[in-house]
Design a protein around this ligand. Structure first.
Ligand code: AHM
Ligand code: MG
Length: 334
């Protein structure tokens, strides 16, 4: 049940007046992302009935198999964000190159980078899914944009968040003024404030990782996973393993209850799996704003120099003390 029946639009107008460009611009951007969430929730609910499960038979720029729902989610983001007069460029996990919108008098100042369907291996088995977004601003009003304009450090984000498609649909975001969660009310079609000013416990009791990769990890990472299983009253170990295969769902659990998610670097793949610009950066900012920490294992995610649109990065994210402990192990200090 919502703590207050405040709609997303009303909440922003009351609480986010300092957003660059003004609260009405933020309302426009987040309402449009919320609308994407409504369309996607609708598609996901009926996917098995509409024959839109399974793959398209193609691979994306990451070399990963594209699911029909990946494509539908990407098209939905692109179609709806193009209609928002504030957006000038779009980049997605599913598109090799960004879309730079045609320059016109109405061209906006905001660039949206997104993972349209996170955890897409979950599509065929009716498990949780998400979408992740990061919003940065064009640096000069008269800029003629190119791909490099979208490749920006996490500290430059002006808004970031995710949609979670679980038992209910949620929109969670930050603009640097805390983290707020809204639940889609299926009756009214409104996103209503259900989680105001989320704060994370300094330590949790769960860890989320694909431990099937254990043999691929460096020694320090392996030691951290061994440590998590050792009985210790003071730190509440052993931790419980909770891994859904959907980063958004796993981070959401940790955001609300504490703990740690890891997709670490591997011996043969030190850059890890997840993408910096539209997976790690937005979630890192959300988690930091809730009092947590997000790291590569050796440095803060938000300080990582962005060099390429589809750059990968190891991601260790969650409660402050848990991430600090993981860093100590990964850096060989434990
Ligand atoms: P995706 O955006 O292609 O779905 O990939 C990201 C997903 C995360 O949601 C999840 O935590 C991870 O990849 C799962 O990877 P693995 O199957 O290697 O455990
Ligand atoms: Mg993803």
């Amino acid at each position: 049940m919502a703590q207050q029946a405040l709609t997303l639009e009303r909440f922003i107008s009351l609480n986010q007046p300092t957003f660059p460009g003004g609260a009405s611009v933020l309302t426009g951007l987040l309402s449009q992302i919320g609308l994407v969430g409504k369309y996607l929730a609708h598609d996901l609910r009926r996917a098995a009935l509409l024959d839109i499960l399974g793959t398209t038979g193609t691979t994306n720029v990451q070399g990963e198999t594209v699911k029909k729902l990946d494509e539908i989610a990407n098209e939905t983001f692109v179609r709806l964000l193009q209609q928002n007069g504030q957006v000038c460029a779009l980049a997605s996990e599913e598109m090799e190159q960004p879309i730079i919108l045609p320059r016109s008098g109405a061209q906006g100042a905001y660039m949206v980078l997104f993972d349209p369907l996170d955890g897409s291996s979950n599509t065929d088995v009716n498990m949780p899914l998400g979408s992740i977004f990061s919003i940065v601003m064009k640096q000069r009003p008269d800029d003629v944009l190119s791909e490099s304009d979208l490749v920006r450090k996490g500290t430059e984000q002006v808004a970031a968040g995710y949609l979670l498609f679980g038992a209910s649909t949620m929109l969670v975001f930050t603009t640097g003024q805390g983290v707020h969660g809204f639940t889609l009310d299926p009756e009214s079609g409104d996103y209503l404030l259900s989680h105001k000013a989320i704060t994370m416990p300094a330590r949790g009791k769960v860890y989320a990782a694909n431990e099937g990769n254990y043999q691929k990890w460096p020694c320090g990472t392996q030691k951290y996973f061994d440590y998590l299983k050792v009985k210790d009253k003071a730190t509440g170990r052993p931790y419980s393993g909770r891994y859904s295969g959907c980063l958004v769902a796993d981070v959401h659990r940790i955001l609300l209850g504490g703990g740690i998610y890891l997709y670490p670097g591997e011996l043969d793949k030190p850059e890890g799996k997840l993408r910096l610009l539209y997976e790690a950066n937005p979630l890192a900012w959300v988690v930091e704003q809730a009092g947590g920490r997000a790291s590569t294992g050796t440095m803060r995610i938000l300080d990582v120099e962005a060099k390429q649109l589809h750059q990968r990065v190891p991601l260790i994210i969650g409660s402050m003390d848990d991430v600090l402990e993981a860093e100590r192990h990964i850096q060989g200090q434990a």
